[in-house]
Design a protein around this ligand. Structure first.
Ligand code: F6P
Length: 343
């Protein structure tokens, strides 16, 4: 009997998703298994909107950003009759189970869906790199490249004008992008959600630098970074339609405070979705390909309820529950290496 696998990409997009889709289809075809691709994440599964994916369909996808399947933040548990509709879809389309490529939210839903009797295998992706149980997620390496390039460019203009350049990068619960891009880009201060920041200490450091003849600075701030309570006020973020705070803007607060406290001119760049778009770098293409291949092999072997984790240079299967235990944050040891350069 032909094996039939459903595939979806859910949550925020990132570079490398198409490479993963291509790998799933190519590996499935090797074993004459059929892949049905659902449109727009869980939304397509709920609405039975799917098409058969073939090698011809995947041509030219490897190096393309975004996801050719589309994505959404639809959560089956927030939809009327959600899980029953998923079960119906699997029955009607005669699917053995689903390969779900997603971040923290999508994989959490995948875990519940699996527990509710819909066979699932997870593949972790998010530029934030905060899925537990895996060294890396698809999309992170490319986002770091983009953010590092931005830091490099801000460096030269900061130096020309003797300015403070604040670069805000994504990172909702974890400061992986800020830490990596800040380290790689030679930032003079890196502010991350894991470590509440003291803006007075950052200002002192910038003044100290100026006193030693370096009268420009680059400060990298993760969007989820917050000040030490009781120091400065940060406006509440509005929430999106899924009840999540719509982050972005902390860089402006930091830039304003640093200018006021140092007297230096400050400029702010909010990098935003530039980090999520465009061509995946080589590392993401390789990771996505490894993960896509492994996910299909797990599906063919009936190893449902698992996810594909990275343990460089290989990938391996772990229980899906290991991917859903709350955000994987930057270890203090790593942040301490970055702090060497703040002093
Ligand atoms: O996917 C993670 C992420 O990139 C976060 O870092 C960011 O806060 C969020 O997505 C933005 O989501 P949206 O694309 O819905 O604005």
């Amino acid at each position: 009997m032909t094996r039939r696998i459903g595939l979806l990409t859910g949550g925020g997009d990132c570079s490398g998703l198409n490479a993963a889709i291509r790998a799933v289809v190519r590996r499935a075809e090797q074993d004459a298994a059929t892949v049905l691709g659902f449109r727009d994440g869980w939304r397509g599964v709920l609405d039975q909107e799917a098409e058969e994916l073939t090698t011809a369909w995947t041509r030219g996808l490897l190096h393309r950003g975004g996801t050719a399947l589309g994505t959404s933040r639809t959560d089956p548990y927030r939809e009327e009759g959600g899980v029953d509709r998923l079960r119906d879809t699997l029955d009607v389309l005669r699917l053995d189970g689903l390969i779900v490529i997603g971040g923290e939210g999508t994989l959490a839903a995948a875990g519940r869906v699996h527990a509710d009797g819909v066979p699932v295998i997870g593949v972790p992706k998010t530029i934030d790199n905060d899925v537990p149980g895996t060294d890396l997620t698809i999309g992170f390496a490319t986002a770091v490249d983009v953010a590092t390039d931005a830091a490099d460019r801000l460096h030269t203009t900061a130096e020309s004008h003797d300015r403070v350049q604040v670069l805000e990068v994504m990172g909702r619960h974890a400061g992986w992008i800020a830490t990596y891009a800040g380290l790689a880009g030679g930032a003079d201060s890196i502010l991350i959600p894991e470590v509440p920041f003291d803006v007075a200490a950052v200002a002192r450091h910038l003044k100290y630098r100026a006193g030693t003849g370096r009268d420009f600075s680059v400060v990298v701030v993760a969007e989820g970074a917050r000040p030490v309570p009781g120091t400065i006020e940060v406006p509440e973020s509005p929430t999106d339609e899924f009840g999540r705070p719509r982050l972005g803007g902390i860089g402006h607060v930091v830039g304003h405070e640093l200018a006021a406290r140092t007297g230096f001119e400050a400029r702010v760049t909010v990098l935003g979705h530039v980090q999520r778009g465009g061509r995946p770098n080589a590392a993401d293409r390789v990771l996505a390909t490894q993960m896509g291949v492994r996910a299909v092999e797990a599906a063919l072997a009936g190893e449902w309820g698992t996810f594909v984790a990275s343990r460089r240079p290989l990938v391996h299967l772990r229980p899906l529950a290991d991917a859903t235990g709350g955000p994987d944050t930057v270890p203090p040891e790593l942040y301490r290496a970055a702090e060497v350069f703040f002093g």
